[in-house]
Design a binder for this molecule. Structure first.
Ligand SMILES: NC(=O)C1=CN([C@@H]2O[C@H](COP(=O)(O)OP(=O)(O)OC[C@H]3O[C@@H](n4cnc5c(N)ncnc54)[C@H](O)[C@@H]3O)[C@@H](O)[C@H]2O)C=CC1
Ligand SMILES: O=C([O-])CC(=O)C(=O)O
Length: 334
């Protein structure tokens, strides 16, 4: 085992996702079994007592890879020296709140955290935003961290990607490991577009396979796409609380694959800063098909986008543009 622990900061650490995420990071699921990790956990002041309880449980788990835990309510302290920051903590929408109110409440969190990362994070920092609205929160954090390269910021659409894999595997009667090249485009919201036109089922094109069955095209449009888009709401309806363990698992998958690389012949979905690829306006944090290697990502190039996909990608990126304009009007973009 190497000796210097990697500092991993997690915000919203006493929340539901945190309760699942911290134990997986501490057990080596993020950085592997040979890398000691120091957890640096941020919470709001009233949640620190609950967080102390979680730390007691981390202690009681006696994880061989957990080298230390620091907790606090000051991002300037908690982000100090962090190489990975998982920004999970966010203000959820409550009764009577409009979308604009949510953007403003979270804007206050992500401006402060962007600035603190800019000042205190390690030079090799990689940032994953899970807290909603994830894409626009990542944009706010990035805009308030001018010294951190833009490509170090990302937002989570891996849960959507994994949900899409699960739905397609069920339909095709295969295991998720038989699937490759799934893509989520756009925003982590109900406008996102899960695209199977480039996906493969055991080496065969997924869209062609689906269309070969009489009801396949209707399934794609009326079942698959809306099921993936609305899965978050369906979980809330069934569980009485939003996805937590699956969101934690996806946060690990996303960040682990970013650091350690995507599999040969496959790609991942990550929301990253657009360079204008596929007509997505430059500067938006939008989900794309990406390959990753050694902490870097590249948008997969050269995919043919048919009319069906074009309209859906455009709708989701238009929503991202509206969110950007709303937070710009609130002076949250640095
Ligand atoms: N991108 C994705 O795929 C998904 C995103 N989410 C989002 O993740 C976020 C967290 O979800 P849960 O853990 O279920 O929520 P939760 O409400 O259980 O936990 C959030 C925690 O964040 C903390 N927090 C609030 N402001 C903070 C700040 N300024 N600094 C540090 N901590 C702060 C709260 O005290 C709370 O403990 C929500 O925004 C949720 O909508 C949830 C599922 C999937
Ligand atoms: O829908 C929500 O509020 C939580 C979420 O982002 C998801 O489960 O995808």
């Amino acid at each position: 085992m190497s000796t210097t622990p990697v500092k991993v900061a997690v915000t919203g650490a006493a929340g539901q996702i945190g309760y699942s995420l911290l134990f997986r990071i501490a057990s080596g699921a993020l950085l592997g079994p040979d890398t000691p990790v120091e957890l640096r956990l941020l919470e709001i002041t009233p949640a620190l007592k609950a967080l102390e309880g979680v730390v007691m449980e981390l202690d009681d788990s006696a994880f061989p890879t957990l080298a230390g835990v620091e907790i606090g309510d000051d991002p300037n302290v908690i982000f100090d020296g962090a190489s990975v920051a998982l920004l999970v903590g966010a203000r959820p929408r409550t009764k009577g709140m409009e979308r604009g109110d949510l953007l403003e409440a979270n804007g206050a969190i992500f401006t402060v955290q962007g600035k603190a990362l800019n000042e205190h994070a390690a030079d090799d920092i990689r940032i994953t935003v899970t807290g909603n609205p994830a894409n626009t929160n990542a944009l706010i954090a990035k805009s308030n961290a001018p010294d951190i390269p833009a490509e170090r910021f990302s937002a989570l659409t891996r849960l959507d990607h994994n949900r899409a894999l699960a739905q397609l595997a069920k339909r095709a009667g295969v295991h998720v490991t038989d699937l490759k090249k799934m893509t989520i485009w756009g925003n982590h919201s109900a406008t996102q577009y899960p695209d199977i036109f480039h996906a493969e089922v055991a080496g065969k094109n997924a869209a062609e396979l689906v269309a070969s069955d009489a009801e396949g095209t209707a399934w794609l449009e009326n079942e698959f796409i809306p099921t993936v888009q609305k899965r978050g709401a369906a979980i809330i309806e069934a569980r009485g609380a939003s996805s937590a363990a699956s969101a934690a698992a996806a946060t690990i998958d996303h960040t682990r694959d970013w650091l350690r690389g995507s599999a040969d012949g496959d790609w991942l979905s990550m929301a990253v800063v657009s360079d204008g690829s596929y007509g997505v306006p430059e500067g938006l944090i939008s989900s794309f098909p990406v390959t990753t290697k050694d902490g870097n990502w590249e948008i997969v190039q050269g995919l043919e986008i048919n009319e069906f996909s074009r309209a859906r990608i455009d709708a989701s990126t238009a929503e991202l543009g509206e969110e950007r304009d709303a937070v710009r009007a609130l002076n949250l973009l640095g």
